[in-house]
Design a protein around this ligand. Structure first.
Ligand code: ADP
Ligand code: MG
Length: 692
């Protein structure tokens, strides 16, 4: 075995204790520390003299600590000051917030590097909250680094100081660099002008020329993106080879639905439906992601697909993440099929309830044609007679395995994944890169655009008056709050307090209700039902109404503490209104302090209604890891690549990977020997997950 695969504790200088600490940084094997890249570099040769510092400019200084002082003001406030001398002049450094680790670490006599913005303190230069690096450490002196001009600055953890980390990195390379093997074949290295893996790794840590770093790092980002795409290419190939049911457009149920529709399909709906029908009438299994902004009309497109399976003698399944959504689908699909009484539709919910056993029997013996439900559908005791299509709504809420179960149990039914969160292209290619993608990029024509207004909390009374007019005109409104009840920790307005104010002081003449996640499902459903039936005018709620709820008479969405919500979530909430022909409004109410990101989010909301633009912005602000807000999104974890920054590299990696798999699916050509080895060692396990 390659020694780089050995546990990190066996590296010279590590041992059990440090081994555990390094794990926190994701360093488990010796090979991992080679890929623990510097987050920055210090150029010791390029430092400033304190006498030359200019107020308002950034600087880097190397000097000796000549004083350390910690002041305490009362119980909670304290301040840490140090004075640094470069032999001639003094520089003050000050922290108003700092951990004990910092005050413990700094001692007079230490050689230190500091960097930051120069400010003025009693006519002397001062840096507040500087970046620092202690350059020597009595027990950890390391001759190698002492003579270096460039010093790498590593991400650290408690107990592993910068000096220890540098020493370990040095040890790892001096002992194991001969064991570093190449992961990319020559033809790829040449194509992109990448250096060998060994050289690239060494230079990232030991380079004396910072200009070459970005290009060196690019290699590692590319590698991650490329192998992931190789995996997706293989999965896609696998889907394509999977034989599915070849349906025939019988035009019985589908034509009848088409004739009974109260509206004309949009061009986008027609196009997407054609893509789906083409898949279903081919003998390959369908694996298609249907993306469309809120209100773009995904449901009806889905119903056509379900009916095509039905008219070929199969059952159709629709799985939704929550009971409210499953019920709404049940109701709206039942309504679309009102004039086709011969089609039997059933709702399957979680838990035990009267009649559930019978429904399960009818599902099993084929009496029921369309089965709509929640996670309950993937329980062991639910068996279908003959499933032709499975559609999964809000699919990112389900794990890859959960998604796979329905398919594995049922003989390669066609699979359709629905997403109301528009997914930026780079993310879609990474998470759903094995699926075909259809996009509904057009809203039905009867929609009025939603007017979005952002106001500070002090202007609330004005907003309430504007809303009152809507209520007087017979419309309904949503008011959303981030929390259910008053919380000690956070000073936020909560739904219960707000509900009390709204119902008794602000809109006493209208009927208000409260809805939140701690209520029982039945209670929630009753309230939603009452709201739908217009027995309630004002619905004060937490974000439980987030997805899919369709009530065209609701024309106002007021979001309290809008600064606390993510962009996609704000957009989802806004999508609850503007679903009918009336003009609708979205009020975003913010409370200080608002972070810069928060400001950017709210400005974006005011500026655009386009879900795809918002999704891109959201990805940019929050980063890929948080985009879906769930752990189950199936997003691969990248150490070096960032799909926002590396979009272009991702495209290139994808094209190359798909090309290679098209020609050499199992990587058997001599030129792909290296790929084969790395792929099957590292990525094959993950591929198995996709292997529906
Ligand atoms: P979403 O894509 O958010 O799931 P829905 O499928 O719930 O959207 O559709 C939103 C509303 O628009 C529903 O009331 C639906 O009946 C209606 N709708 C769908 N397609 C059209 C269309 N082409 N013209 C008019 N209304 C439509
Ligand atoms: Mg929907």
């Amino acid at each position: 075995m390659n020694p780089l695969q050995n546990e990190i504790k066996y590296l010279k200088g590590v041992g059990e204790h440090r081994g555990r600490l390094l794990q926190k940084l994701g360093i488990k094997k010796i090979g991992d520390i080679l890929e623990h890249f510097p987050r920055d570099y210090i150029n010791r040769a390029k430092t400033d003299k304190i006498c030359n510092l200019k107020f308002g400019e950034n600087c880097a200084i190397v000097g000796k600590i000549i004083a350390v002082e910690k002041k305490n003001f009362g119980r909670r406030k304290s301040q840490l000051n140090i004075v640094i001398s470069d032999g001639d002049d003094n520089l003050f450094c000050t922290w108003f917030r700092f951990g004990k680790w910092l005050s413990d670490k700094l001692e007079t006599g230490q050689q230190i590097w500091v960097s930051g913005l120069v400010t003025q303190f009693r006519n002397s230069p001062q840096i507040i909250h500087p970046e620092i690096e202690i350059l020597d450490d009595a027990d950890e002196t390391n001759d190698f680094w002492h003579s270096r001009k460039m010093l790498p600055v590593y991400p650290l953890t408690d107990g592993i100081s910068a000096n220890i980390m540098r020493k370990l990195i040095y040890n790892a390379f001096s002992i194991y660099s001969k064991n570093i093997t190449e992961t990319l074949p020559d033809y790829i290295l040449q194509k992109y002008d990448f250096e060998s893996r060994n050289n690239s790794l060494q230079k990232v840590h030991f380079s004396q020329n910072l200009k070459e770093i970005p290009k060196l790092k690019k290699r590692f980002a590319f590698e991650e993106l490329f192998f992931t795409q190789l995996m997706l290419a293989r999965c896609k190939k696998y889907h394509e080879k999977t034989k599915g049911n070849k349906f025939i457009l019988q035009k019985t149920f589908t034509s009848k639905l088409k004739k009974s529709l109260p509206f004309e399909l949009t061009n986008a709906q027609k196009r997407v439906l054609q893509e789906i029908l083409d898949d279903m009438t081919s003998d390959q299994q369908m694996n298609r992601l249907l993306q469309g902004d809120v209100g773009s009309g995904k449901t009806i497109v889905t119903v056509f697909a379900l009916l095509l399976a039905l008219e070929n003698g199969f059952q159709a399944v629709l799985m939704a993440p929550t009971e409210i959504l499953a019920e709404q689908h049940f109701k709206s699909i039942s309504a679309f099929l009102q004039n086709q009484r011969n089609i039997k539709i059933a709702l399957l919910k979680g838990g035990n309830y009267k009649g559930k056993k019978l429904v399960k029997e009818q599902i099993q013996n084929g009496e029921i044609d369309i089965i709509i439900g929640t996670h309950a559908l993937i329980q062991k005791d639910v068996n279908f007679k003959k499933v032709g299509i499975v559609a999964i709504d809000e699919q990112h809420r389900f794990g890859v395995e959960q998604r796979a179960i329905l398919s594995q149990k049922n003989n390669a039914p066609d699979l359709m994944y629905l997403s109301a969160t528009p997914i930026p292209r780079s993310l879609a290619l990474t998470v759903y890169g094995d699926l075909d993608i259809s996009i509904l990029d057009e809203l039905p024509p009867n929609r009025k655009s939603i007017k979005t207004v952002w106001r500070g909390a002090s202007k609330k009374h004005i907003i309430y008056e504007e809303i009152r007019t809507e209520l007087q005109n017979g419309h309904q409104i949503y008011i959303v709050c981030p929390l259910v009840e008053e919380s000690e920790k956070m000073d936020l307005l909560d739904a219960e307090t707000l509900f009390a104010t709204i119902s008794t002081k602000i809109f006493p003449e209208f009927k208000s209700a409260i809805l939140h996640g701690r209520m029982k499902a039945a209670e929630k459903d009753e309230i939603m039902q009452n709201f739908k039936e217009k027995k309630i005018d004002v619905l004060v709620s937490t974000t439980v109404i987030e997805v899919g709820i369709d009530i065209p008479n609701a024309t106002v969405m007021l979001i309290e503490h809008a600064e606390r919500f993510g962009l996609s979530q704000l957009h989802q909430l806004r999508g609850r209104v503007g679903r009918g022909e009336e003009k609708s409004y979205c009020y975003l109410i913010s409370y200080p302090p608002i972070s810069n990101d928060g400001r950017e989010r709210l400005n974006t909301m005011v500026a655009t209604n386009d879900g795809f633009v918002i999704a891109e912005k959201d990805l940019e602000i929050r980063g890929p890891g948080n985009f879906f807000g769930t752990e189950q999104s199936g997003l691969p974890v990248f150490k070096h690549a960032n799909i926002v920054r590396d979009r272009e590299l991702l495209n290139q990696a994808r094209i190359l990977a798909f090309d290679i798999i098209a020609k050499d699916e199992n990587l058997q050509l001599p030129e792909n020997v290296i790929l084969k080895e790395i792929y099957f060692q590292t990525y094959f396990k993950r591929e198995k997950l996709f292997d529906y």
